[in-house]
Structure formats: C-alpha cells, structure tokens
Design a binder for this molecule. Sequence first.
Ligand code: UDX
Length: 453
Amino acid sequence: MTKANDVPVFTPRRMTVIGCGYLGAVHAAAMATLGHDVVGFDLDASKVELLSTGRTPFYEPGLDDLLSEALATGRLRFTTSYAEAAEFADVFFLCVGTPQKKDSNAADMTYVNGAIDTLAPLLTRPALVVGKSTVPVGTAEALRDRLVALSPAGVDVRLAWNPEFLREGFAVKDTLSPDRVVVGVDDPADADELAALYAPVLELGMPWVVVDLATAQLVKNAANAFLATKISFINAMAELCEATGADVVALADAIGHDARIGRRFLHAGLGFGGGCLPKDLRGFMARAEELGVDQALAFLSEVDDINKRRRLRAVEVTTDLLDGDVSGKRVAVLGAAFKPDSDDIRDSPALDVATLLHDLGAEVRVHDPKAMDKARETRPELTYIDDPVEACRDADVVLHLTEWAVFRELDPVKLGEVVKHKRILEGRNTLDSGAYVRAGWDFRALGRPIIKG
Ligand code: UDX
C-alpha cells in the first residue's frame, strides 16, 4: 500500500538490532523513535546494562537523549539473549563490527558470520534479515545461502542489505534524516517491506534507492573510498603547496567553487582516521585482490600512503619549529579524538603524531574535551591535562591536531602568556591564523605558507 506521494504507509514492526556498538545503538534508538518495537542485542553484558539505563559507552551528541526518550516510550529494550532476540522479532538488523584483520588489510567477518550462524537456527518463522555492517562486496549471497540452509524456516528467511552512511558526531541526524536510503534485495517485495518500515524517513523526501545485494554492498565501499580519495587529493595538493609556497586553503576554496568538484571533504590537514575510512579503504583493496581486480583499486594504496604521510609531515614541521631537536622539549597537543564531537580514538591522526613525538623524546601533554579517558587506556605513556590552557603551560610548541570548537575559542594573546615559546603547528586549518600572527606566534600550518610572528 502506498500513499498518494508514493511513500508507503508506515508499518510498525517488531525488530531486533544485533550488535549495539556505534551503529547498532544509534539504529536501535532511532527505530524505536520512528515507532517500531525494538530489542537491541549485544553479547557484552556491561554494554547492555549501560544502554538499558539510557547511557552510551561512547560520546555522540544527542544520542543519550534519543536513547532515553526511546526507552521511555517502552518500545526499546536491550538483551544479551539470542533466544529472546530471535523469538521477539521478524526483522533483524545486523550491525556487528567488521574490524581490519590483525594480520592483513582484509575485513574480519568473524562477527558477521557468527551472528548469522547463531541466529539462523533460531528462526522458526518468516523473517527479514537486513545487513547494515560494512562488509566486502559480494559476501551477501553466501550469507543468504548460509541463512537459508541453517534456518528451520528455510527460504522464508530472506536477506537484504541496507548500508549505513552515518558520520560520528552527526549519527542521530544521519540516521533519522540520511542523504539517501539504499537497499539491496533479491526480491522487490523485500524492498517494499523495508520502505514501509522506513516510511517516516522517506516522508522527509529522502531518495530511496533499490538495487541488488552486491551493488548495495559496493555502494558503501565506493562511497567511503571516494571520500578518502577526496581528502587525500587535497592533502597531496598540500604537499605541492608546501613545496611551492602556495596556499592549500585558498586552492580548495577556488576549485571547490566548481559544482562538479564541490568544497566539502576538501579540508586539508592531518588527514583521515577513525574506525571507518582507513580500514574500509584497506578492506576494499583486499577484496579487489581476492576478486582478481586489484589493479582497479591500486590507486587507493596511494590514497592511504598520502594520508599516512601527513602524520609524518606534522612531526617534521614540529621538529622544524623546535629548531631540529624534539628531545626533552615540552609539546602541547590539542586534540586526541580522530575528529571533533567524538571520543573515538581509533586510528586517530592526532594521537599518532603525539606518540611519534613522545617516542622521539618529547614531553607530550595532551588535552581533548572528550577523548582523554580512551586515549589514556591505549596510550598511557602520554601525559593528559584536563584543561587546554594548562596543557599549553611552558610548552615549547603547541600542536592543534583535532578541530574542536573550544580550541578555536582560545585567545592567542592569553595562550601566548602561558607558553614558553609562541610556536604553533596548525594541523587542521581551522584556527584564525591572523589572530595568532598578530599575537606574535610563529604559525605553521600544513599546506599553507610559513608565517613568522
Ligand atoms: C565516515 C563517512 O563519512 C561515513 O559516511 C561512513 O558511514 C563512516 O565513515 P566518520 O568516520 O564518522 O564517517 O567521519 P568523517 O566525518 O567522514 O571523517 C573521517 C576523517 O576524515 C576524520 O578523521 C576527519 O577529520 C577527516 N577529514 C574529513 C579530513 O581530513 N578532511 C575532510 O575534508 C573531511
């Protein structure tokens, strides 16, 4: 059944979200907000306990409120019981992680395979299993066959793929009003079922894209690869700017005016990190190799290398600012999270730079508004300071490595009074360089001309 404007009539469902990490926790809360009855499943009892009280194990603006409101409706609960999760629902969203394998670039499918193998034998009536995890292209068909083979309900258990494009820091908005909803299905009836389930989102006018299973998986791989390529492109231009005295910010503004290019994702600096872009890029290349088309994605290896070089360049410029010797120098690092409005430190460029400088003998003092607890766990060798100005006290050099708004609000004049030397490396190109220079700082920015205070 569809409404006059072709948006299907909303059909509330009983659904289970398997895996309540970043993706799953947001998805479960969002689905309950839309009006579905949702059980969030996770093997981790402490996570389930935390989520059940409306709290999340990570920082994501707006998520605690969304979660609490969803719990208050009575339409959301969490469990560690597979049997309960299977019994409750007839739609199952797979949101488990696919980290990079320890010994290769490939994505580790252990959790996805494990979820299918455990869930399938419990499916005794028709069900729609919807993959949301980022997985290598071409894996859906085998997962579908496994699901059908292991389920008592057999062919009445269907598999669809519905990739997720949410950005950390914007996860709630990206889930409730995404740029597009993509579904990969074997049978158009499965797409109709999903459209009815997503009706409140589609009513906002979001493009609804129905494709086959392989294309749906490839959409996610391709989107992340393109975004990473765009960032590395501008960072490669930054290398040219550094060699010629040109300004990468002015360059990005100028080329970004071309609507075919666009200004978004052309922010040059320390490059990309996080739990998605780096590992998805590598997983995509590994998959291309398995498929015998590695040449098609050979350029992504360069995208990865350009990205890694930015971190080394930051160390180089810092060393330069310290007159060639890092050892024994006090370095203030502003930022530990891989990006602002997140406490995620996975593959964080900021923490990598901090560690490299520590390993070279610097006394590194880090401040981050949200990510210090997580950073302390993995990088206990660094010193963490609760206040950004205190982190800069007596510093020989200040490094701005994650572009939190609070760092933009620091007063360069007052900051100049606490440091030992007014020298700053701008790794994200968001600070007011003019204000720093007027306050007498030596200001070095990645990809921008050298300005001496
Ligand atoms: C990304 C994708 O954007 C999202 O669609 C996908 O679902 C998951 O991966 P996320 O990892 O949350 O999301 O962060 P994103 O905002 O894409 O930034 C990734 C990294 O690129 C960050 O380290 C960020 O600092 C960096 N970045 C981003 C740049 O260096 N320059 C830019 O212009 C944009």
